[in-house]
Write a protein that binds this ligand. Structure first.
Ligand SMILES: Nc1ncnc2c1ncn2[C@@H]1O[C@H](COP(=O)(O)OP(=O)(O)OP(=O)(O)O)[C@@H](O)[C@H]1O
Ligand SMILES: [Mg+2]
Length: 454
């Protein structure tokens, strides 16, 4: 329930307003002077202050200024008597949310209050997300607080303390490279190089010389000795991106290097020894490639001592608001005070879209929207066409493992829906419950059942 503090030195007004607004479902607190009001502002969890302008002692204007010092975001609506419009203008300059003239129309007052509360809810949601970004829900540069991402953090944390090879798989744009970097920079090798190479982007001969280096004159064009990535990564980490695309002949050579940590440069005879931690990534189904004989089984087991499988963005909608906030901050140079908001329709479109390009696609969409938007809001007009009108398609095959009992599957879906409703409603349980069409006590029951804390 939202709580409104009403301040007026005329007791009659307090009584009338308390009855009027109490009937609207708000919790009403009153104060007969500004000093008492200020104490309440300090102590209570208020959502709105409505204050008379002219009061003996401390005036409404002074109260406004004091409130803004204590709780800058808390909206304050001023009540002014007829003929003191200049005061109202001054109050607006001092960041009053709005003003109303006495005597007021009930409907107009209610509407102003509703707008102020809605606006405050958005501001709070925004602040929650910004705070969340700064600590709990990030790991290195990784953003996300969904269950699957928390599991990824957990694995990253464990493997960063070891030297074990890690294979990171997942669809394109899900953050595999970012995870590889997180493993490196959380671990003991963080002060040594992180070297990466895209095994899918080079021809076989070029890839070989890039990996192992070459001696001068090894082939036409080898005018000088060149160290390979394995040498450059000595005592650090080598990240083999798109490892599934590596040609078979090189797979053999790579296997030997991984086993012995020794190799020769192309065209050379001297054995070079290194100490390299190998991380690799693939958006192919490497296991299937092994079964089809495209990828060597022995190499697969070498690379895949630990496996991290990154879920698609569609499988973790809880991460969308945090990522959006993060990318807005990244692309918007302004400070957080005038942070860009998204219209409710824009949020809806982001949730409904299936994100085939995953986080990379979301990042591009937000970068574009930050450039295009005008005013303080990103609206659907700032989003690419394909996002508008996308219907959510719930793909059971993808989200629910086969052979799981029906009851368990339904609970799985229910938990996701409850979590999503909370995220979308800034953790306001009453609103989340309403969006799901259930009572507040039922949503609380389900939160306990699924261990959801807010
Ligand atoms: N969890 C995340 N938090 C913040 N940014 C992310 C996250 N995941 C991905 N990104 C961003 O999305 C973009 C794509 O990430 P990355 O290059 O790591 O994906 P990838 O899985 O390696 O993709 P590909 O398979 O196409 O190579 C990058 O700009 C990255 O910073
Ligand atoms: Mg990548």
């Amino acid at each position: 329930m939202e709580t409104i503090l009403i301040v007026d030195d005329e007791k009659n007004y307090l009584v009338v307003l308390e009855a009027l607004l109490g009937a609207e479902g708000y919790e009403i607190v009153t104060a007969i002077d500004a000093r008492a009001a200020l104490a309440t502002v300090r102590e209570a969890d208020l959502d709105l202050v409505i204050t008379d302008m002219k009061m003996p002692g401390m005036s409404g204007m002074d109260l406004l200024e004091a409130c803004k010092k204590i709780k800058p975001d808390l909206p304050v609506i001023m009540m002014t008597a007829y003929g003191t419009i200049e005061l109202a203008v001054e109050a607006m300059k001092k960041h009053a949310y709005d003003y109303i003239q006495k005597p007021f129309e009930n409907e107009q007052l209610k509407l102003t209050i509703k707008k102020a509360l809605e606006n405050y809810r958005l501001v709070k949601q925004n602040r929650l997300l910004t705070e969340a970004l700064s600590d709990r829900f990030r790991y290195g540069n990784l953003i996300g607080k969904s269950k699957p991402m928390l599991e990824v953090y957990d694995l990253v944390d464990k493997v960063s303390r070891s030297k074990a090879s890690v294979l990171i798989t997942g669809p394109s744009g899900t953050g595999k490279e970012l995870i590889a970097k997180a493993i490196h920079y959380q671990g003991e090798r963080k002060d040594r190089p992180f070297i990466s190479i895209n095994c899918g982007a080079l021809t076989e001969t070029l890839l070989e010389s890039e990996l192992f280096g070459h001696e001068k004159g090894a082939f036409t064009g080898a005018v000088a000795m060149k160290k390979g990535r394995f040498e450059l990564a000595d005592e650090g980490t080598l990240f083999l991106d798109e490892v599934g695309d590596m040609p078979p002949s090189l797979q053999v050579k790579l296997l030997r290097v991984l086993q012995e940590m020794a190799f020769e440069r192309v065209g050379g005879t001297r054995t070079i020894r290194v100490d390299v931690r190998v991380l690799s990534a693939s958006n192919r189904n490497t296991k299937e490639d092994v079964q089809n004989g495209v990828f060597r089984e022995d190499l697969y087991y070498r690379l895949n001592v630990i496996h991290i499988d990154v879920p698609s963005l569609q499988e973790r909608p809880d991460d969308i608001p945090l990522l959006v906030r993060h990318f807005i901050q990244k692309f918007h140079a302004g400070d957080t005070d005038d942070a860009i908001q998204l219209s409710p329709e824009a949020w809806k479109a982001l949730y409904a879209y299936p994100w085939p390009g995953n986080v990379r696609e979301l990042e591009n969409v937000i970068e574009r929207a930050v450039v295009l938007h005008s005013g303080a809001q990103i609206t659907v007009d700032d989003l690419p066409e394909e996002l508008i009108g996308a219907e959510t398609q719930f793909d059971v095959e993808r989200f629910i493992p086969p052979d799981i009992p029906l009851q368990r599957a339904l609970e799985e879906i229910e938990e996701r829906l409850v979590r999503r409703a909370l995220v979308r409603n800034a953790n306001v349980q009453a609103h989340a419950a309403r969006s799901l069409g259930i009572t507040k006590s039922l949503i609380q029951h389900k939160m306990r059942k699924y261990n959801i804390a807010v």
